[in-house]
Design a protein around this ligand. Structure first.
Ligand code: HEC
Ligand code: HEC
Length: 328
């Protein structure tokens, strides 16, 4: 195991649920979203807004006859399969969780856990494919999660705002801290992220002293650029071009074109290194034009199409642990 990953973090993150691509595709295809900056109150109404909007719950869940998604359990009372709405059902589920964990679970604890660690309890007949709702691309804030809990508890349950917000049980308080810590680290599993990194990034980037390619910048301590900085660097490399790594386009007098990084400029020669790491040495006397194209990076910009959302969340978590050495 990578010694730079504090064990407690691994513990917190490893238990997070699996976020399958298929689930994401459905989420993405059916739109969802809404106003990402909307601020809601911690009330059932606020939660309803999140549920049918930014939280994208409706892309997998329905509430009684409202909505049509069936990937996840219906949250209302619906047919024989769902005799009780979520607020009431949560009391039964909580009893099961208490028996299994040997710790008392309340209905609120159960619903909070379903979002904090979706993989902890899998509803019979369903797959472990609930989204991590506090990680990109859904990225609910804790306040929004509390609002959704209020919405679901109000569906046939005993709505106790103290248990949800101001005076949570130890179990809920622990899950809330976990959500905050995990959201800050990208919401994924950093150990899985190592594999994603090795498969997709290492060929171009050095990291710590573990080797890697030298086409892109050394990523040691890269957590310093923050979660947003990392997301942008990975999803839209050209928008956040690292200085000194601009893409150069060179045309020689024979009309041939070379695209890559200018990795050497001396003695009347220029080296252009392409994305594969191949170096072309050009005599300046043979160059017709040389220019910088700031609309493309040598770093591929289709990573989101190549890896799943779960892999992306795992990768971000791993990179968020790459703190500058002196801070460790
Ligand atoms: C990608 C699909 C998907 C999305 C998006 C999703 N869920 Fe789920 N959810 C599931 C699946 C599948 C299950 C059943 C498997 C399990 O228990 O983890 C589930 C289970 C649940 C349960 C437990 C239900 C029960 O009967 O005990 C709750 C509560 C829940 N989700 C809430 C939410 C909320 C709230 C949101 C939005 C903030 C949400 N889910 C978003 C797929 C999803
Ligand atoms: C073909 C080579 C290549 C691959 C593969 C590649 N990168 Fe890059 N990366 C670069 C280059 C070149 C730059 C500098 C230009 C830029 O900022 O886009 C860069 C920049 C970055 C930066 C910004 C660094 C800084 O100091 O601001 C991050 C973060 C990054 N890459 C992460 C990744 C991750 C994560 C992966 C794997 C998913 C990856 N890269 C895959 C070549 C690559």
């Amino acid at each position: 195991m990578n010694p730079t990953i504090p064990r407690i973090f691994v513990f917190l993150l490893v238990v997070l649920g699996v976020y399958l691509w298929i689930g994401y595709s459905i989420t993405a295809l059916t739109g969802g979203g809404g106003d990402d900056t909307a601020v809601v109150d911690i009330t059932p109404e606020g939660g309803e807004t999140i549920y049918w909007g930014k939280g994208r719950c409706f892309t997998c869940h329905s509430v009684g006859g409202q909505g049509s998604a069936v990937r996840g359990p219906n949250h209302g009372q619906f047919g024989e399969k769902f005799p009780q709405p979520m607020g009431a059902r949560a009391i039964e589920r909580a009893a099961e969780r208490s028996a299994k964990e040997g710790v008392e679970f309340t209905a609120v604890d159960y619903i909070v856990e379903s979002m904090a660690s979706p993989g902890a309890y899998i509803v019979e007949g369903y797959k472990n494919e609930m989204a991590v709702v506090y990680a990109p691309p859904i990225s609910l804030e804790l306040k929004e999660i509390k609002a959704v809990v209020a919405y679901l508890m109000a569906l046939g349950g005993d709505l106790d705002m103290e248990a949800i917000d101001t005076n949570p049980s130890d179990v809920t308080a622990g899950l809330y801290s976990k959500i905050s810590a995990a959201a800050e680290a990208g919401g994924g599993d950093p150990e899985e992220g190592i594999i994603v990194y090795e498969d997709n990034c290492q060929e171009c980037h050095m990291l710590n002293d573990d080797g890697g390619g030298e086409i892109g910048p050394d990523l040691t301590g890269i957590a310093a650029i923050g979660l947003d900085g990392l997301s942008e660097a990975i999803l839209a490399p050209a928008k956040a071009m690292t200085e000194g790594y601009e893409t150069h386009v060179v045309k020689n007098k024979e009309g041939r074109q070379f695209i890559g990084l200018k990795t050497r400029d001396e003695d009347g020669e220029v080296d252009i290194t392409n994305a594969l790491g191949d170096v072309e040495t050009l005599d300046k006397a043979d160059i017709e034009t040389i220019s910088v194209d700031d609309t493309v990076s040598i770093m591929p910009d289709d990573i989101a199409e190549v890896i799943t959302v779960k892999e992306y969340q795992d990768l971000l978590s791993f990179l968020m642990l790459q703190k500058p050495v002196e801070e460790q």
